[in-house]
Design a binder for this molecule. Structure first.
Ligand code: ADP
Length: 494
């Protein structure tokens, strides 16, 4: 009997990756290729969409070749992608009219101000679940139409189409036949009505975007089209934005289940089930995925400075040589740490939203040493995560069921134990931390009938579960101290 495999692509911000996953959910091969980051001006970030396509195709072919599998045994293809990054291309020639404008790019801040002046803030929140920010795709499309020669004219004639990176790859992989995206990616455009599951006429008109440019929107686990690789037909059967794919890859299928990715920043998503929940605390409401005729929603929040605070210990203060070393130094501090570090290097995000706040170190005494500082910086990742999770639980009116973790800093055992202690929740770290690309593989595998959602729970191997050890009294005392420190960092610069 021949084996069956899923091919999954992760088109990220700095690299394109492809993996082959076998029937047991094991990654048997991975290829990765970086591509150029283009910074034409301060605050502008672009990618060459053709280079994105090339690197993705080249890793895809290499991984098939290196694993030596039979192409006929690939039963499905899944895609996950950097979200919000915007491509506009000519549907006749296949050429992008401009570089891809990356999610980090803030050139459209003025267009966002205009939307605010038009009084669209409430409408945007109620319709798209988002806040007005240059981060999302809508204002980037508008910028291209206004600033690229002939773009508006060609778009009005119906010659130009828009896509986030998933759409761009899908259209190319299906030989220019399918112009579509999935609900999770559409929900990051600032144009999509996440309740009625359609493009919003008010916003399309406010940003003056011809409707003919927009892709069809489909569930995340869905047969989008076929990728013909030599004589083999591979169904493209799963698409989701990276954070949502990670939530799926972490098997957070139920309401109240959340994942946190500890990277440079932290990305937290909590599954809030099939009903829409809006945030009162500045969190985003987003579509997690669409599967089996059902749409699931999530609340999303991010911590701006997480792993970057550890980098500050290494590169700024130079008190550690590597991020990994932080754990051994922190362990030297016995008992409770009297020091609190608030890494509000560029202000405070959710749920405080104070751009005038600046970082602070509190509780210094004559015997404070570098180990206290290192431990306090690690603990700040856990405190900031707790701040967001409290807001999420209040917004969703759902208690946190569990926290599943991934990302570079989740390797730190001391941090994960403190996270569990301060949350009073189990923290679960999976063996496979490739949760994003596995999410795409699972969405595709479920669509083609290779797996059922229950199978994914059995595939998931847990590396370690951290269980809370703090008493109520200790937990409350420490968290109050953190909140007191945060208060004192607020409104620091004039
Ligand atoms: P990104 O995808 O944002 O680049 P990664 O998931 O690769 O991030 O994680 C890297 C970040 O995690 C770095 O900021 C680094 O400082 C931090 N980090 C990595 N390993 C550890 C560790 N053992 N303890 C604490 N922080 C760590």
């Amino acid at each position: 009997m021949s084996k069956k495999y899923i091919l999954a692509l992760d088109q990220g911000t700095t690299s394109s990756r492809s993996v082959i996953v076998d029937e047991k959910g094991t990654i048997i091969g991975m290829e990765q290729q970086e591509f150029q980051q283009i910074f034409p001006k301060s605050g502008w970030v672009e990618h060459n969409a053709l280079e994105i396509l090339e690197t993705q195709l080249s890793t895809l072919k290499k991984v098939i070749q290196k694993t030596g599998i039979n192409k006929a045994d690939i039963v499905g293809l899944g895609i996950t992608n950097q979200r919000e990054t915007t491509v506009v291309w000519d549907k006749n020639t296949g050429k992008p009219v401009y570089n891809a404008i990356v999610w980090q790019d803030n050139r459209t801040a003025d267009i966002c101000e205009d939307l605010k002046k038009k009084g669209l803030e409430d409408h945007i929140k109620q319709t798209t679940g988002l806040v007005i920010d240059a981060y999302f795709s809508g204002t980037k499309i508008h910028w291209i139409l206004e600033n690229v020669k002939n773009a508006r004219e060609e778009a009005e004639k119906g010659n130009l189409i828009f896509g986030t990176i998933d759409s761009w790859l899908l259209w190319n992989l299906t030989d220019k036949k399918i112009h579509a995206t999935d609900y999770s990616n559409a929900s990051r455009t600032l144009l999509f009505d996440i309740e009625n599951l359609c493009w919003d006429a008010t916003l399309i008109s406010a940003l003056n975007i011809p409707k003919s440019m927009l892709p069809k929107v489909k569930p995340s686990s869905f047969h989008f089209g076929d990728f013909i690789l030599e004589e083999h037909t591979i169904p493209i059967a799963g698409i989701a934005g990276d954070q949502q794919a990670a939530l799926f890859g972490q098997a957070c299928f139920n309401k109240g289940e959340a994942k946190n990715t500890y990277g440079t920043g932290c990305f937290l998503l909590m599954n809030t089930g099939t009903e829409l929940q809006f945030s009162k605390n500045g969190l985003l409401t987003t579509i997690a995925w669409g599967i089996n005729n059902q749409v699931y929603y999530a609340l999303e929040g991010s911590v701006f400075n997480a792993g970057s605070a550890i980098q500050w210990l290494r590169d700024g203060l130079k008190i550690i040589n590597s991020a990994e070393e932080s754990e051994a130094f922190a362990k030297e501090v016995e008992g409770e740490n009297p020091v609190i570090v608030v890494p509000a290097f560029a202000g405070l995000g959710a749920p405080y939203w104070d751009m005038y706040a600046r970082g602070g170190i509190f509780g210094l005494t004559r015997d404070t040493g570098k180990n206290h500082l290192i431990k306090a910086t690690l603990e700040s990742l856990a405190y900031q995560t707790k701040d967001i999770l409290i807001a999420m639980q209040n917004d969703a009116e759902t208690p946190l069921a569990s926290l599943k973790v991934d990302g570079g800093a989740s390797a730190n055992n001391l941090l994960m134990q403190f996270q569990s202690d301060i949350l009073d929740t189990n923290v679960e770290r999976p063996k496979i931390i490739e949760t994003t690309i596995m999410g795409a593989a699972y969405l595709a595998g479920i669509c083609v009938g290779l797996w059922k959602q229950e199978d994914i729970l059995s595939h998931r191997k847990i590396d370690r579960t951290f269980s809370p050890t703090f008493t109520f009294e200790i937990r409350e005392r420490l968290y109050k101290k953190w909140q007191k420190a945060v208060e004192r960092t607020k409104n620091w610069i004039d």
